[in-house]
Design a protein around this ligand. Sequence first.
Ligand code: ZN
Length: 469
Amino acid sequence: MYLIKKIFILISICIFSTITFAKEKVSLIIKNGNILTMNKSKDILENGVIIIKDNKIIDVGNPSILNKYTSEKIIDAKNSIVMPGMINTHNHIPMIAFRGLGEEGIKNRLFAYFFPLEGEKLSRDLIYKATVHGTIDMAMSGVTTYADMYYHMDEMAKATKAVGLRAVLGETIIKYPVVDAKEPYGGFEYALNFIKEYKNDSLIIPAFGPHAPYTVSKDKLLEISKYSKENNIPVLIHVGEFDDEDKRLNLTDKSVIEYLKEINFLNKNVLIAHGIHLNEKDLNIIKENNVGISYNPMANAKGATGIAPAYEMLKKNIKVGLGTDGPMSSNQVDLFRTLSYASTMQRLKYNDRTIMTPETIIEMATIGGAKALNLDDKIGSIEKGKLADIIIVETTSPNMVPNYDPYATLVFQANGSNVDTTIVNGKIIVENKKLITYSMEQNNKDMNEIQKDIKEFAKELAKKAKELN
Ligand SMILES: [Zn+2]
């Protein structure tokens, strides 16, 4: 009897201790990294640990939290910067199939290249393959979420999911017949179907992409706005890209922003791309209506369209994210070079070398972009409860040494090829600088075929462009 009792007690202790000291099984642990959390207090955790379960970050802290968790997959981020995945808030990614064309200094690039290429070459197949390529380019260089305005959004959604990125995809709505809508404004119907199909997707956030106030009528803008407000759908639109948009709209006594306010179009669901030609009053209206802005400094410099007053926007607490614009405008879809432009263009504009610090720039590229897209409750920082969209940037390549201030290293030294690991929604997309979700061989084959076909067509365009000039 005594022996049985003793064995019973022993077994109880064993069970009790197993329960007490059992580690929680999680999907992924990242340790030893220099973590830029981008949380409210901008905490940096040297030798930090991130715990990921399924698609979420469930814990962040110092190495002591490792006692609580176990995982089959542990990433050692020694000598690396770990940060939230970057958010590219403005793009037209399938145009990556055309990047590098029409760079010979012609004036009418839009008519000489953009329109003929889009009219002749845009097919569902090309949009799918080019989106795969563009999302691979972004994934391998640290972008985990992008916002886009283009055509055949269902193909773009499929391609984006195949690679594994997160995206806000706005179907283009415009007064002209376009590749996926033969009737003017056919994109609205297309968008409604796309929204219904992807409303509850884990990676795709369907949106409206009215091209610009001067290419979409007031009535159509109101129709889009009504549906957006009722169903909480993002609206992506170009505003303030050119200095004559008020003239294009025949506005004589008010700005484009005042016009948009008057028709009650501006609200938190709206993201304005570019926002270059805006005055003080416009910025106040944008702030009052909680509208987001996508600042595209590199594309705007290359296109000589102007420098957006991003510094003023930040001073007014406007939600500002960074964007590259389409690959024909900036040629790069990763944000690294844009990070540097985002700072230096403002310093030139305001003649002040103390503004737009690297920390501010990284903030715009992460949590700022998330705020501009109303996704800051889900992404943009490394915090408990957020979705696991994380990148790991190595600091051992020559261009990354020395690394005294990680923000400065990222903004002024790093490039896309320093990204070692990209994680989206808890899933590893890129590891050891290699894409693991999609066949690179397939992607190279597809892009080679596209390139071969477009190269011939582009020769004709170049000839005509010379005449147009
Ligand atoms: Zn654009």
